[in-house]
Design a protein. Sequence first.
Length: 244
Amino acid sequence: MLPNHAPLVVAEQFGTLAALHPGRIDLGLGRAPGTDPATSQALGVVLSDHMRFPEDVLELQAWLGDEPPLAGIEAIPGRGSHVPLYILGSSLVGARLAARLGLPYAFASHFAPAALEEALAVYKRDFQPSEQQNEPFAMAGLNVVAADTKSDAEDQFAVVRRMRAKAILGRGQGWTDDEADLALASPAGRTIDEMTKYTAVGTRDEVHAYLDDFARKTAVDELIVVFPSPTIEQRLRSVELTAR
């Protein structure tokens, strides 16, 4: 979330990672605050900072390049590392920026799916080749709840929906499961279902079929897979089954 950080600081942090792990580091950049107003205030972020996002991306790119944007100052480490940048987004704003700058684009369809198809179309249509990227490279996110049986996967997903209802609709009021289910059955509950529109739930083979269909329909180059199952053990099993 670039508005929360000075580009020079980010360049040095990721320059350090790139020095420790050559060829293994890339950097996704979003313009949203990614947090609540109180935390933004504690970080010293003002509402107008996100308006500078395009300029901040270019400045960060320069710090990571061979010619620093300010004379006499350089990112150490970071200068000359050319850490690959990705633009993260959930709207057409990020799609247009990624296309204009010739950068890869990752869409947050695992929680904000509404503009997925339009954003990908705009990005691919308007893409301008750059030093980093000759042609469009698109990624899209989706959720996966994989289990040994379909009923187990469905039970896990029911818990996930309740957890999101409590966090988003209940706003930490300590709702019971019954209260969460009532909220999910109400018109407000559609918000949760809309957020989780792209979710594969089922056995290994069912998840495989869903992922294959999603990749074919979106024509993305890479998938970002999120595993929201309630427990660590369930998430690990979900990862294992998906990897197979």
